[in-house]
Design a binder for this molecule. Sequence first.
Ligand SMILES: Cc1ncc(COP(=O)(O)O)c(C=O)c1O
Length: 288
Amino acid sequence: MVMSEQIVFLNGKYLPLSEARVSVLDRGFVFGDGVYEVIPAYGGRLFRFDEHLRRLQASLDAIRLNNPYTAADWLDILTSLVKSDGPGDQSVYLQLTRGVAPRDHAFPDAVQPTVFAMANPQPAPQPDLLEHGIAAVSLPDSRWQHCNIKSIALLANILLRQQAMDEQAMEAILIRDGLVTEGAASNVFIVEQGRIKTPLKDAHLLPGITRDLIVELAQANQIPCDETHLSEAQLIGADEVWLTSSTREILPVTTLNHQPVGNGRPGPVWQKMYTIFQAYKTTLRNPA
Ligand SMILES: Cc1ncc(COP(=O)(O)O)c(C=O)c1O
């Protein structure tokens, strides 16, 4: 074993990444039959842990998979991964699959779920992206009807993201029945006449932890914020467009479908919310 090799968690054991092995009959490998979470850890502290764990439980319930661990177990496992991986901001990836069984679509009897978790460095948002914003394209939402489940089966999201990359954009903003749902791996906000707007939570989008926090922070700071239906026309005509996710925080979109958003620069409401968000993170890093 290499001395500094990353330690990961697999089925109750901590082991070097190169020694972590899963059967080819694992239903995650064969079917994509599993769910996952990504939780940032700022200064070694898991960010919004309770909220992430609640969403994990909702995903597990939706696919009818038992959670083998209590919240205290999860905190213990994930915190030790973060600590063992040293200082700096990190993010924890965890996934559970329906375990190893002969290949058959129906649920296997009495099979233990496969549980895997690892911590990776989470680089700070790139100054260049914050200064200039990013490009996005709108694309038809080709995914299934249960996008609220954080499923490991991400083929549609991957194809959509790649289509965006092929068009020199960093994200695909998805449109279903004329309405904005979310990004291929992010939630979407717009600003219209000073009001922040984001799509209502339903089965067509992931209830993003960052999304919910932004709504909470907007309310706490008296910035008008609506959870509402957003049409593609509103997206295209918006003064500002933002994307949010645990790993990318809040990114301004300054080019949409190869056209400038607003004046083509990150907007003042984004700037304000970004500052509020960074201040919120700092209070967690240095609790009173
Ligand atoms: C499809 C999708 N929507 C939204 C998000 C943002 O969720 P969160 O803020 O919890 O990271 C993600 C994150 O990866 C995602 O994959």
